[in-house]
Design a protein around this ligand. Structure first.
Ligand code: FES
Ligand SMILES: [Fe+2]
Length: 355
């Protein structure tokens, strides 16, 4: 399969689905993931699960119903005719059947697709296999922290674009002095030549640990000699590490395709560095939503031009990360299609640009 910019999704990967605290025990929510309806729920016992959010009977969204208990387990009750489905997607009950009819039917053959789920570090991951036979063969992205703590803060934004444009819009360095001109980050005058070392990581690449440029006021707040690393991994997970001694701040960004024209950006912050303990959450929220809002406004504005299907360019080192993203996608799609081992196409490199 040829990966065309802005037109495809990858399978056989973990996609970020929801934050743990969005789904309380005995509750569920509706999402759209890769253009398909998804129900993310949590049993009364606290286990997260995910189902195709379509009732196999007459197609209504299951998420319109309630979570109930059936045969000793949590089940979703369809809002239309009350069929009940367990967390494995199997039908447990059809209320309109007589006792005798129920006995003569094998309800377990009636199913809505269940997606494997993993939950860790306050994040719920949903496995998107090409089909139900492809079981997870790797773990979701793990955030390297000195302890397993949950995010201290998170928020979400929606971009009206395909996931590819959202990913590239967040990773390309050349837009920073144009789109993000806040005094606490960058100013037009602070533009200078940059040279950064990159290397491959699992299903992605990393801007290897380095001391960040002195033109960022935010880094100065953190105190002596911070070191940063930025990792990107398929299908759309970015992690930015800022370490000062044994303390760290981690910015986790999940870029999750809702459908061809909509992408969710979820940002979670984890930290063990005390400086952020004293910053009120509303200030962090404000700073992050300003920053991400600038990216959102740029990609949303870009859609007006993209609607005419223009030819696009990726030019020189400032766009190399975008090129790597497409190469990674192509290599992943090819490896999965041929049943071969994925080989990371990214080689260690020094990239130079002005920003
Ligand atoms: S549509 Fe779900 S039970 Fe009929
Ligand atoms: Fe940006």
């Amino acid at each position: 399969m040829a990966i065309e910019e802005g037109k495809s999704y990858l399978s056989d990967l973990w996609y970020f689905g929801a934050m743990s605290d969005e789904v309380k025990p005995g509750q569920h929510l509706h999402k759209e993931l890769l253009g398909q309806p998804l129900l993310i729920g949590r049993t009364h016992d606290g286990e997260a699960f995910a189902l195709r959010d379509i009732c196999p009977h007459r197609g209504i969204l299951l998420s319109g119903g309630e979570m109930v208990r059936e045969a000793g387990q949590s089940a979703i009750e369809c809002p239309y005719h009350g069929w009940r489905f367990g967390r494995d997607g199997g039908c447990l009950k059809i209320p309109s059947l007589t006792g005798e009819q129920t006995e003569r039917m094998d309800l377990s053959k009636i199913k809505t697709r269940a997606f494997p789920v993993r939950e860790a570090q306050g994040l719920i991951w949903v496995w998107h296999g090409a089909d139900e036979t492809v079981e997870p063969f790797m773990d979701p992205v793990h955030i390297d922290l000195t302890d397993g703590r949950k995010p201290r803060f998170w928020q979400r934004d929606v971009f009206n674009c395909h996931v590819d444009h959202a990913v590239i819009g967040l990773m390309d360095p050349a837009h920073i002095p144009y789109i993000h001109r806040q005094w606490w980050w960058r100013t037009a005058k602070s533009v200078h030549d940059k040279s950064k070392e990159f290397g491959p990581v699992e299903r992605g690449f990393s801007m290897l640990p380095h001391t960040p440029s002195s033109n960022s006021f935010l880094y100065k707040l953190l105190g002596a000699k911070p070191e940063t690393e930025i990792r990107f991994q398929l299908p759309g997970v970015r992690q930015e590490y800022v370490r000062v001694g044994d303390k760290s701040v981690v910015g986790f960004t999940a870029v999750t395709p809702t459908n061809d024209n909509k992408t969710e950006i979820t940002i979670a912050l984890y930290w063990t560095h005390p400086v952020l303990d004293i910053v009120p959450n509303f200030i962090l929220k404000n700073a992050i939503s300003t920053f991400v809002g600038q990216d959102r406004d740029a990609v949303n504005a870009q859609q007006v031009g993209l609607a005419y299907d223009p030819n696009l360019m990726l030019i020189h080192d400032a766009d190399v990360q975008a090129k790597w993203y497409y190469r990674l996608k192509q290599a992943w799609a090819d490896a999965r299609a041929k049943g071969e081992e994925f080989v990371n196409p990214v080689k260690p490199a020094t990239l130079k640009w002005r920003s």
